[in-house]
Design a protein around this ligand. Sequence first.
Ligand code: AMP
Length: 217
Amino acid sequence: MVVILLGPPGVGKGTQAAVLAQRPGWTHLSTGDLLREARRNETELGAQAQAYMDAGQLVPDALILDLVKEKLSELPEGQHVLFDGFPRTLPQAEALGPVLERLSRQVDRVLVLEAPPEVLVKRLSGRRTCGGCGRIYNVHFDPPSEEGICDRCGTSLTHRKDDREDTVARRLEVYSAQTEPLIRYYEGSPALLVRIQGDQPMDQVEAAVKHGVEEAG
Ligand code: AMP
């Protein structure tokens, strides 16, 4: 099965994807995580993506599509895929169909997570990530016991450069202009798209996401 998690930055796609990907047989493909890893490893892709990411702009489609094709080709057969942060533009969505078709696959479900802009700004600008174990905190809603330190592994927490307030505003504009149109694109295929309120209590979002996936399988 191939599931796409669609929604603005800060709506909780990464959190939900991490929960779903704990199920056996699922792979979480986050293009944002893959690009951050490429930057940490100082690869050519990382260098090419850096300026776009720090400015809150999208990385060119060709780079993203090469990355996704490479990752899909490495997956064991029959593995379920959960895309998080991809596709993000119409050309990416249009290219994904034929890529999947060559692997005898298709998009089985598109889950759209939604939340009002003021909630997204607060979530993004308050987000802190542990560089050690990857746990995500929020200084407003879910702070660590000791400021700046991970409760779980004691590593310092980092504030992503693109989570600073001015860049957050740019990322939300980019989402409205370039990614939101994908909702209409996928709405064209009946029964593919499910909308979920992302600002409900976490367990309710999780239950809705789980239901959306199970219904498609
Ligand atoms: P994310 O962690 O998904 O919010 O992604 C962080 C940044 O990586 C984005 O602001 C973009 O600069 C870049 N990025 C991630 N996924 C894509 C994509 N599918 N297309 C273009 N740029 C992307």
